[in-house]
Design a protein. Structure first.
Length: 364
């Protein structure tokens, strides 16, 4: 059974989601347990044609590596590295949020190019909900090539892919494999909470701590995903960690690029608001059901207008049993402002239905 993710120390040890993790663990790919984190992503089985062959890795590397960078981050708790790629003129780099979160307030960010030269970087915008962030190189990456952005829509199970990045700080590392599955939905730690990867690409290309934020490309060298997570196997003590066991996950480029464009334009990604916070509740008896216990309700917000109160238990969302907070995240990531979300509420022994109309995201 795979183990819930724990980010690694920069010496390659087991990662834990603690304040110290965020500094040491930028070198990490967030590990994720499919057993606990799978929210219901269906396995998409688009089969690759029988004449598909492995990529010409040397050609792919030669074409794509000059666009791939190592992201350097340091903060009060330590330092580490991740990966990223140049996606737009002006030195804009797409990476994972958990890579840069280790720098924290007052920390420092830098970029190392494939030729070994370095420059400072600043955060343009970040989106913890999707584990994505955009940096800008101080030198604007003058005269450096941008990665070719492809599409993830046409990916097929069995199709060869190549992962590029800086695992364990080893810059310009290239590994190859195939698309093992499509349509995964998993939860990964980000340092400030968790993110939900929707429609994630599963690959057996070797991904290790430090690959986070780096490129997953097809045989033409075009970006098809952002390497983000690995699933690990627990040791004899039941603790997960370590490196690749052939279960890596990438954010599809078709989902990542619109978020990146928003971050560059406005500094944040705008997700609809439910107007409540909740925590998972496991019933201790027959009197109170399993569900999501409502902890706060924004005055005049969407949940409040739907009649939901603090202390209510949400037992169903869209007709499906409500069990995890990730279900609320998925609801926001897959809906638009103005959409109606049907929920079932338990309150003091009585069950009723309510409809939350998603609102505008709150101001930062």
């Amino acid at each position: 059974m795979s183990e819930a993710p724990t980010p690694p120390d920069d010496d390659g040890g087991t990662l834990r989601v603690t304040p110290r993790l965020m500094a040491a663990a930028i070198a990490t790919v967030a590990a994720s347990a499919l057993v606990g984190g799978l929210i219901g992503g269906a396995l998409v089985a688009r089969q690759v044609s029988g004449d598909a062959r492995a990529c010409r890795d040397a050609d792919v590397a030669q074409g794509a590596l000059p666009s791939v960078v190592t992201v350097l981050a340091s903060g009060a708790a330590g330092a580490g590295n991740g990966s990223g790629q140049l996606i737009r003129e002006g030195g804009y780099v797409l990476t994972n949020y958990h890579v840069i979160s280790a720098a924290g307030e007052g920390g420092a960010l830098g970029i190392q190019y494939s030729d070994g030269s370095t420059t400072e970087a600043t955060v343009v915008g970040s989106d913890p909900a999707t584990d994505l962030a955009v940096l800008q190189a101080t030198d604007e990456a003058s005269d450096r090539p941008l990665i070719t952005v492809g599409t993830s829509e046409s990916l097929a199970v069995g199709q060869p892919v190549v992962a590029l990045g800086a695992p364990l700080g080893l810059t310009s590392t290239v590994t190859s494999g195939i698309v093992s599955a499509l349509g995964r939905t998993i939860t990964v730690p980000t340092g400030s909470g968790s993110a939900v990867l929707l429609d994630a690409i599963q690959t057996d290309a070797t991904i290790n701590p430090g690959n986070s934020g780096g490129a997953l490309v097809d045989c033409s060298g075009s970006l098809v995903g952002i390497n983000t997570a690995i699933s690990t196997v627990p040791n004899a003590e039941g603790v997960g960690g370590g490196g690749s066991v052939g279960l890596g996950f990438a954010i599809p480029v078709d989902l990542a690029m619109p978020i990146a464009d928003e971050l560059i334009t406005s500094g944040r990604a705008l997700h609809p608001d439910l107007g409540l916070t909740a925590q998972a509740l496991v019933a201790q008896g027959e009197e109170v059901p399993d569900g999501l216990l409502v902890m706060t309700v924004d005055a005049g917000g969407p949940a409040s207008r739907a009649g939901i109160r603090v202390g209510d238990v949400i037992t169903a969302i869209d007709g499906a049993p409500a069990r995890t907070l990730e279900q609320l995240i998925v609801t926001k990531l897959t809906r638009d402002v103005g959409d109606t979300v049907p929920v079932t509420i338990w309150r003091t022994g009585q069950t009723s239905d309510a409809a939350i109309v998603l609102g505008e995201p709150p101001s930062p």
